[in-house]
Design a protein around this ligand. Structure first.
Ligand code: ADP
Length: 508
């Protein structure tokens, strides 16, 4: 196996189901690559282990090759061979595991959403640890993400640490507590975990059903560090309303649990170099922003009769978490207030997709509204650049990236105060907030009245004090949402955990 070059910093291995841009479904993919790149820049050795999906975007992988090793891993009482690929993604070394298993676990045309996801990902976790063990790697930190790779924590401490593979501390990041991967307890033993030992209320047993096992809970219980993606979401997850049944577990383990706000990739999201845009621009020269607005109107057949009309953007997965009823309402409210609205969204939920298809059809010739029900990365860049305001009325939002991207493109966010939105958007009209932090508009309760109020305040600010609006736009474009600050917080947690482990072994 390829041996990493010597490095003064920490050796960190991420084991994950996603990594942008090769295997991205949502924010998790962005975090794995964004955090890894920032840690690498700080001098740490970072490696990543991913499944070898058939749907990998392999044009983003360089030097991809198969390693000449026979790596077998345990599952369902047998050993299965795995083909190990290695390549470079975004400058980072990545191992891809391709199992030789009759169920073709990662040959499904998609990352998630299969009936046997529990098996697919518990197999992957076992194989990933086996790979590190057989390769003789001695990482300081193994960082796993969400329930799909949470199995790493109990597998590491119950099986691999006993074999002497025990150099690492385990960091587990939960990107959304809604998804826990629970299943019948009998499935746990396939990857070699001991049901009798683990199906206990203080270990992996689901908090609601005694015959079910909860991998997300296992990640929390068995990891040395547990993080989530914003400080406010960390607090919310510790309450009965926000913890999806895991608040009790998080409260028991509160000493090792923290929220760290995600960053965004400021290289790919940069209006002054963004090649998707008809016109590039910066905080010092906003002319290009106007040109992008004109270009988008033309492209979508929206009216340009009143150039000054504010354009409200919304780019989102259309799922209940995102406040779809309020997104729908915001379209009508925008018209009421004299603006234009562009939605780019797609729903995996059939009835929501149907509802929005009906709306899109209703507005298809409207001069001021366009709904685009698809996933389109290039168009998303243009909408961020063209819009004056950006709406995010989520019912809950672990971190949220779109508010940060919107600000970088000078689109003023209007958000519900929840999770990471509450940690990154500070209301212009809130007197308790120091002037320098004010950067958008927000509301508390997820109802139409409060949304109306926030939108009205934004529209008034835009039309009555255009000079102040322009200052606000320039200010939000220069705010720092890069990974550097967040990566420094992860680094601090890693360093502390490693120091604690070394102190403990030196006392033995
Ligand atoms: P989540 O991970 O819950 O979907 P985030 O705000 O963390 O939400 O991340 C959403 C990311 O996906 C952003 O980069 C956003 O631009 C992108 N995105 C969402 N919907 C679309 C779409 N229909 N087309 C293009 N990009 C999209």
């Amino acid at each position: 196996l390829t041996q990493p070059q010597k490095c003064q910093g920490l050796h960190v291995v991420h084991i994950a189901a996603e990594m942008a841009p090769v295997a991205k479904v949502g924010g998790l993919g962005d975090v794995v690559s964004g955090l890894s790149k920032a840690l690498q820049r700080k001098g740490h050795l970072v490696e990543i282990v991913l499944p070898k999906y058939d749907c990998l975007q392999d044009d983003h992988i360089s030097d991809l090759k198969i390693l000449d090793v026979a790596m077998e891993s345990y599952f369902d009482g047998q050993l299965f061979r795995n083909k190990i690929w290695v390549g470079i993604v975004e400058g980072l070394p990545v191992y891809f595991i391709e199992p030789h298993h009759p169920s073709n676990f990662f040959w499904r045309g998609k990352v998630y959403g299969e009936h046997d996801d529990f098996k697919r990902f518990s197999f992957f976790c076992r194989a990933a640890l086996e790979l590190l063990y057989q390769a003789g790697k001695k990482p300081d930190i193994i960082h796993c993400h969400d329930w799909q790779t949470a199995f790493v924590a109990p597998l590491y401490w119950d099986i691999y640490a006993n074999k002497g593979f025990n150099s690492a501390r385990i960091c587990f990041t939960c990107h959304n507590f809604e998804y826990q991967g629970t299943t019948h307890v009998s499935e746990l033993s396939s990857c070699g975990l001991d049901i009798v030992r683990l199906n206990r209320p203080d270990r992996m047993q689901d908090n609601f059903a005694h015959d079910r096992i909860n991998p997300l809970k296992g990640g929390i219980v068995f990891s040395n560090i547990v993080t989530t993606v914003s400080p406010t979401y960390a607090q919310e997850a510790r309450t009965a309303e926000g913890g999806w049944g895991l608040h009790g577990t998080l409260n028991i383990h509160s000493k090792k649990f923290v929220g760290i706000l995600n960053g965004i990739d400021t290289d790919s999201w940069n209006p002054s170099t963004d090649t998707f845009l008809p016109a590039q621009y910066s905080a010092d020269d906003l002319h290009g922003k106007e040109e992008n607005k004109d270009a988008l109107r033309l492209h979508l057949g929206l009216s340009s009769a009143q150039a000054f009309k504010p354009l409200v953007g919304c780019i989102t997965r259309l799922v209940p978490q995102k406040g779809v009823h309020l997104i729908r309402h915001a379209i009508y409210q925008t018209l009421e207030l004299g603006g234009q609205f562009v939605l780019l969204g797609f729903s995996p939920v059939a009835h929501i997709q149907r509802e929005f298809e009906g709306l899109a059809n209703h507005f298809k010739d409207h001069p001021d509204v366009r709904l685009l029900l698809k996933y389109d990365d290039a168009l998303s860049h243009i909408i961020y650049a063209a819009s004056d305001m950006f709406i995010i009325p989520s019912t809950f939002e672990p971190c949220g990236l779109t508010q940060m991207i919107a600000m970088r493109y000078g689109s003023v966010p209007i958000v519900r105060r929840t999770g990471g939105l509450n940690d990154s958007v500070f209301d212009v009209d809130d007197d308790s907030i120091p002037q320098q932090y004010k950067n958008g508009f927000s509301f508390w309760s997820p109802n139409e009245l409060e949304l109306n109020n926030a939108m009205e305040r934004a529209f008034n600010y835009y039309s009555r004090t255009p000079g102040n609006w322009k200052k606000l736009v320039k200010k939000i474009m220069t705010l720092d949402f890069s990974w550097e600050t967040s990566a420094a917080q992860y680094e601090e947690l890693y360093v502390k955990a490693v120091a604690k482990a070394r102190a403990a072994t030196s006392h033995v």
